[in-house]
Design a binder for this molecule. Structure first.
Ligand code: G3I
Length: 401
């Protein structure tokens, strides 16, 4: 064999191996996306701690889930354990439960992953004491009421109805929480979802009518970013929301971020959750959304990607767990696996087209078995951690042919 032919052959082998790897050593998501963006998944407590919950996941399944995360992803987000309700269920410096959050951060550190913190200020999964005035009667702490959100489960900050904290009290609690949590993981958690889902879904108001807004006023967002920046000046601070595929909510978000930028608020990245379905958005709609979001001049992170494959999901753009019964009703759409693959291919085509802006893509869960919307089979791996056709579709999009 002459030398030239040998080197051409060697090059061909390298190129082929780069594109497809082999049956024994198949292409992974993190390899396929390595020149484009980080690719990650939200992990739950069983994965972070390695301990089965004995309800949904056996020990054997948890170990397979962990192996899959290590094999496929280079970034993680915490599905629940860094939310206020879980990390600081009680008031004061003694009110923190750091165990599961520490396990999450340590999982990322020991596996050399890019670690996201989710989330500091949200209307959901925030305990009622946060919004309560000093020494309210116990029945007030547990009350739900009055702000149009009554009837939601107690304890999540949806509709606390008792005597309220003053603006100063709530700002102090917000400050202390952010300083403590961001400070604890300084230098380890690289990106924080500082404010989550503050934009209103409907109507003309830009901001959602949350207790944060009602008690503090619209500058609760600026204050949260300011406190987070003080606690870790090197962390990337993100504003995170859903439904940005739709023009009206996206335009509200752009107005909000521009106003924050004009005030010098340190918003450093836009999180677009991207809880979508098999019918929408189209490639053109997603392309348009990313084009408009990129005009803010900030990196875009796709923070909670999943694609609902249920019949009921075709009408939904919300991301509230309370809507799951409606959004997963009617069973899966026909040809669900193929339609899921087509939608994931279309979404990744758009992300890759915008690779100059899109820096992180996070799937909201590791597999269909642990997904918050399991009925919609929305992820790339099935409940047994086996890749679905959607996985192959993503690899194909991300791998130069
Ligand atoms: O912690 C309790 C546990 O003690 C109890 O035994 C169990 C019984 O149901 O409930 C546990 O709490 C659940 C919690 O997840 C932790 O598993 C809540 O009921 C459940 O409502 C909660 O759902 C989470 C949801 O946020 C809450 O809104 C989902 O797992 C999580 O995937 C979802 O994630 C949100 C993002 O944070 C923000 N964007 C939308 C996205 C989807 O809703």
């Amino acid at each position: 064999m002459n030398k030239r032919f040998t080197s051409v052959l060697a090059l061909a082998v390298v190129l082929t191996a780069g594109a497809h790897r082999s049956e024994a050593d198949p292409m992974t998501l993190k390899d396929a996306c390595k020149d484009d963006f980080l690719i990650g998944a939200a992990i739950n407590r069983t994965i972070a701690t390695g301990a089965a919950d004995n309800a949904n996941r056996s020990q054997e399944q948890v170990e397979k889930d962990i192996a899959l995360v290590k094999e496929q992803f280079n970034q993680i987000s915490p599905e629940n354990d860094l939310k206020w309700q879980l990390i600081q269920p009680r008031e004061g410096a003694d009110g923190y439960d750091f165990g599961p959050a520490d396990a999450y951060v340590n999982f990322g550190l020991s596996n050399h992953m890019y670690i996201v913190g989710h989330t500091l200020v949200w209307h959901n999964q925030t305990p009622n004491w946060v919004f309560a005035g000093t020494n309210p009667p116990p029945e007030a702490i547990n009350a739900n009421a009055g702000d149009g959100l009554a009837g939601r489960p107690a304890g999540r900050g949806f509709g606390y109805g008792g005597p309220r904290a003053s603006r100063e009290e709530l700002l102090q609690r917000m400050h202390d929480h952010i300083a403590t949590v961001v400070g604890r993981y300084k230098g380890k958690v690289k990106v924080w979802d500082v404010v989550n889902e503050a934009v209103a879904d409907n109507g003309t108001n830009i901001l959602r009518n949350s207790l944060w807004l009602q008690i503090i006023g619209p500058d609760f967002i600026a204050k949260a970013f300011q406190y987070a920046h003080e606690a870790d000046p090197d962390a990337i601070l993100r504003y995170n929301d859903y439904g940005l595929e739709g023009a009206s909510k996206r335009h509200k978000l752009i107005t909000l971020i521009r106003s924050l930028q004009a005030q010098g608020v340190p918003v450093m990245a836009i999180g677009s959750q991207t809880h979508v379905n098999v019918s929408s958005p189209s490639f053109e709609t997603e392309d348009q959304a990313l084009t408009e979001l990129a005009t803010l001049g900030l990196p875009i992170h796709i923070t909670e990607l999943d694609v609902n494959g249920s019949q009921g999901g075709r009408r939904s753009t919300g991301a509230d767990v309370a809507n799951n019964a409606a959004t997963t009703q009617g069973g899966l759409v026909d040809n669900a696996n193929q339609r899921l693959a087509n939608q994931y291919a279309s979404l990744f085509r758009a992300f890759l087209k915008h690779r100059d802006s899109v820096k992180v893509v996070t799937l909201w869960g590791v597999n269909d078995g642990v997904s918050w919307r399991a009925g919609g089979r929305p992820l790339l791996f099935d409940a047994n951690d086996q890749p679905k056709p959607a996985f192959d579709a993503v690899i194909k999009e991300a791998t130069p042919q």
